[in-house]
Design a protein around this ligand. Sequence first.
Ligand SMILES: Cc1cc2nc3c(=O)[nH]c(=O)nc-3n(C[C@H](O)[C@H](O)[C@H](O)COP(=O)(O)OP(=O)(O)OC[C@H]3O[C@@H](n4cnc5c(N)ncnc54)[C@H](O)[C@@H]3O)c2cc1C
Length: 427
Amino acid sequence: MEFHTQELEDVVIVGAGIAGLATAVALKRVGVRSVVLERSDELRTTGAALSLFPNAWIALEALGVAQKLTDMYRPFKRGYVTNLVNGSVQEMSFNSVLDEWNANGARTVHRKALLETLAGELPSDAIHYSTKLSFIETRTQGDSSMSILHVEDGSIIKAKVLIGCDGIHSPVASWLGLSEPVHSGRFAVRGLAVMPQGHGLNNEVHQFLHNGSRAGVTHLTDTEAYWFITYPSTFSDEEEMRAGDPKMLQRKVLEKLANFPPMLLEYVQQSDLTTLSWAPLMLRLPWDLLFKNLSKGNVTVAGDALHPMTPDLGQGGCSALEDAVILARHIGTYYLKHKNIVPIEMTEAVKLYVKERRWRAMALITGSYLSGRVQQGGSKWMMNFIRDKLFYRFLLRRMADFINFDCGKLPCVNPSKEVDDEHNKIE
Ligand SMILES: Cc1cc2nc3c(=O)[nH]c(=O)nc-3n(C[C@H](O)[C@H](O)[C@H](O)COP(=O)(O)OP(=O)(O)OC[C@H]3O[C@@H](n4cnc5c(N)ncnc54)[C@H](O)[C@@H]3O)c2cc1C
């Protein structure tokens, strides 16, 4: 569907990734219509799969889609982290780390299934593919502001609220004045192994550490396993990988896994080559979250556009789902008063969202980075001591607080139910 010049929308979301689709679904559940602009011509499923922890499942419950996914994927029960340099093995029972009441636990899901499940909740005309935001202007009328979005094809869209869910190099985040994310010094390659005879993983996650690299594998379905490797390198060494030829990526990963157990190499060898992807691991400097504007008027950001982080706690996508619920809760609470998007109230809603997310986003970026540093810090005895004696035994359990976070529910569109003002939640 094409936009006619100067069309006015209540809410425009830029980006149809996890954050953008989840935000559109959350808004729909509070009665607010939004349109999603996506520069690609279809949903982007780069990265093949991702792990979703209890905080994500709580958010997916609020979005009304958790069960569609839990019917398809089993939770993992146990994890093993083997330090290949000193032979130590840390065993983690996920039942002890995850809140018992959260029956959904932690599960790895296909990205495609997650995105399609979210997109399936939206009206057929909600997502506008091949629609790339070029630049933003704002217009202020009295007390309220409005965004004027210029699309690459020349069309113009006016929005009462603009939400940038446009990923790590977000144009909306740069418009807000946030700096570009920085490189962590590490890269990742991920893929899916397809094993019709079964993968033998028994609902377990196996990770291995070797001199600054971390590689692991977990089950996805009965015949598919998801594997990953993260490793230190420089951009110049990665030139060839960046081109993304899958056969070459597979060969390079096998070279990097030379000192890893043969079972891991077997998963990489049995990969569906179309699922392989390479990525530099980037993060937003945590103090940017504290000192810079995360909103201006009725414009804000969510997901990687707000908090790009290294994947060491598996929290980027999970926290994008939290963002969606919390932002829609604030917008919905105001919307439900008049059944109308009142621009001046939206400025308040956006401010409340930023206030609620700022510290958590900063903590997640920092926690993920430190977790990566400790786990992959190399072979020095001090690092080994911190990792094996402190991190896995004590600190990781503290970090469990991160993944058990409860983002709450959405206000109910049913007027017979009352909004709990104190928590802005409906029971
Ligand atoms: C190696 C690795 C492993 C990971 N593992 C996990 C994990 O196990 N669990 C987890 O929760 N997270 C994980 N993550 C993080 C997770 O992948 C991201 O946090 C998540 O995908 C972010 O979603 P998003 O919607 O914010 O951004 P994106 O998925 O990047 O979506 C942004 C969308 O915006 C579109 N867009 C960009 N610019 C424009 C424009 N100008 N106009 C229109 N559209 C635009 C893009 O095309 C894209 O579709 C991992 C990340 C990596 C790199």
